[in-house]
Write a protein of this length. Structure first.
Length: 143
């Protein structure tokens, strides 16, 4: 459909792609709820400021059960957010949403819980000095 066609002016045209945004959580906006044709909906928006010489502020939305994911993150913490950016056209105007589908604290990809060091590797002194004796009577090698 070409913009300007008279066919269904309220028809939605959608495009989307996925990306990651890293930055500092600077604000949590008030949670919004409402009633739609599919039942109750919940939306939680928050603002992330990207690092760099020219920082950008991005408003990101969490929908449904994902809205509570931001509760475990404090203002000022660095996070990495996986988002879908989606635009839609409605009555000749374009609207863009940045919807999060995963949030993690920066540096949380390690195996140790936050604030704890990973378990130490055993040293040579910790290993057993005994080597089991070889049994020369069993030779199961094919050559």
């Amino acid at each position: 459909m070409v913009r300007g066609d008279s066919v269904a002016p309220s028809l939605f045209i959608k495009t989307n792609f996925s990306m990651e945004i890293s930055g500092k959580l600077i604000e949590k906006l008030p949670q919004q709820t409402g009633q739609g044709r599919n039942g109750t909906w919940v939306k939680q928006e928050f603002i992330v400021e990207t690092p760099g010489q020219y920082p950008r502020k991005v408003c990101i939305a969490l929908w449904g059960d994902k809205a509570k994911d931001i509760d475990a993150i404090a203002i000022g913490e660095n996070i990495k957010v996986s988002v879908n950016v989606e635009s839609r056209e409605y009555n000749g105007r374009w609207y863009t949403d940045v919807k999060a589908w995963r949030i993690e604290k920066e540096g949380a990809s390690g195996s140790a819980p936050r604030g704890q060091a990973p378990p130490a590797m055993p040293g040579l002194d910790d290993l057993s000095p005994e080597i089991p004796p070889a049994d020369d009577s069993v030779d199961d090698l094919p050559f």
